[in-house]
Design a protein around this ligand. Structure first.
Ligand code: SAH
Length: 395
């Protein structure tokens, strides 16, 4: 096994069990140059063992740690054990009857680059790094042993793969190809998910707890659901007694599926509308028309994917939140999110405060929201925490 020898004093983050080794921290490689995904030993400049990880020749994150234990071998058994551990952590969701949840959340479940979601009878995998790719068939066969399923489908179509020198990949890994739409259960709600073509692995599972959190504010409310995608928040609001819901999204496909989901859950609902358009434009138009709402939900896509774009992103968040504040009735609620990891909770709160100020509204934070518990953040890997939200009340 090749050994990655770090430069002097570059072992600190590994001693804190952060699972990444950046290329700049490496002094040299001892032994045959490892191929993509191969397991390597990581050692400090003085030779002390630090961990074992997967080598990635093109990524700036040159090694991702599988284990910090010298006596733990990286074999199929290792992957079975990690998967079993991840499964046990989801037991409460299973008991509650949820059939859509994240089974493996990469680094935070001790499996860097591996994301596995359960969507009803199907599993959906994202294998984002060279290490994940290298062990893909091992992981798929372990999943088949541990989790009853009809098929495992791959959705490794994200840009991260390109940094790892891997092509994007979509297709069947085992079993049957999922049908066009697969139904999942989330407590009282049912959702149809497009595993093959939907965003990410088809559905925003990370918003599960927040869909439940929205419910208490929706009874009797006129709701504006911005960036509605396939209607997750609309279903929750209608189920809780909302009297009107306006869904806005730029994608007609997303809105068509939102309509199906809403009809599936609230077949008698009236007063639901679907607006295909740009949220920025729609909010401005509503302002011109003096439209008002009791509850506004803002769940935009990631505005910032690099530090250079952070300032522009903050302005984007501010703009939509400012407009939303102006469209709220007195005592109305704004439920607002950011899924950009670079946008820290602090900066997000400041941005929302700035938006309220410029809108001339006084507001208070009632609750802080984050990603659902099946998307855990390992304490040694704070980067995993990306979704944040606020429930604000205009006073
Ligand atoms: N709230 C959703 C997830 C939102 S994902 C849920 O809980 O399931 C972001 C959505 O915003 C996507 O559906 C995308 O089509 C839409 N979108 C992106 N930019 C937009 C824009 N400028 N105006 C309207 N919709 C936009």
């Amino acid at each position: 096994m090749a050994e990655i020898i770090l430069a002097a004093k570059r072992e600190k983050s590994l001693l804190r069990r952060h699972p990444w080794v950046f290329s700049g921290a490496i002094a040299h490689i001892r032994g045959n140059p490892p191929s993509a995904g191969e397991t390597v030993d990581i050692r400090a400049a003085d030779g002390a063992f630090l961990g074992k990880g997967a080598f990635s020749p093109t990524s700036k994150i040159r090694v991702r740690v599988w284990t910090f234990e010298a006596d733990e071998e990286i074999t199929p058994l290792f992957f079975s054990r990690r998967l079993e551990r991840a499964l046990r952590a989801r037991a409460t969701l299973v008991r509650e009857g949820h059939t859509g949840y994240r089974l493996v959340n990469a680094e935070s479940d001790g499996l860097p680059g591996v994301m596995i979601d359960r969507c009803g009878d199907y599993l959906v995998g994202q294998f984002l790094t060279t290490g994940a790719e290298y062990w893909k068939t091992t992981i798929v066969s372990a999943l088949n042993r541990l989790v009853p399923n009809r098929g495992i489908f791959e959705r490794s179509d994200t840009d991260v793969r390109l940094k790892e020198g891997l092509p994007k990949q979509i297709g069947l890994l085992s079993g049957q190809k999922p049908p066009d739409l697969v139904e999942i259960r989330e407590g009282a709600y049912r959702f149809l998910v497009d595993i093959r073509q939907g965003h990410k692995t088809g559905f925003y599972l990370d918003q599960r707890d927040n869909r439940a959190a929205v419910a208490p504010y929706a009874k009797g409310a006129e709701v504006l659901n911005c960036f509605s995608y396939t209607g997750g928040f609309a279903v929750a609001a209608l189920n809780a007694g909302a009297i009107r819901v306006v869904n806005v999204d730029s994608s007609s496909d997303a809105l068509a599926l939102a309509r199906k989901n809403i009809n599936l859950n609230s077949p008698d609902a009236t007063g639901v509308t679907y607006l295909e358009g740009d949220v920025f434009t729609v909010l401005r138009a509503f302002r011109e028309e003096n439209r008002l709402f009791d509850l506004i939900i803002l769940d935009p896509p990631k505005f910032a994917d690099s530090r250079q774009h952070l300032e522009k992103a903050a302005r984007g968040y501010k703009d939509i939140n400012l407009l939303a504040f102006k469209l709220l009735r007195p005592e109305g609620f704004l439920i607002t999110f950011s899924c950009s990891g670079l946008m820290t909770p602090d900066l997000f709160i400041k941005t929302i405060a700035w938006a309220a100020l410029d809108a001339g509204r006084e507001a208070q934070i009632l609750r802080y929201l984050n990603q659902a518990s099946d998307h855990p953040t390992a304490l040694n890997f704070p980067e995993a925490s990306y979704l944040k939200g606020l429930i604000c009340r205009v006073t």
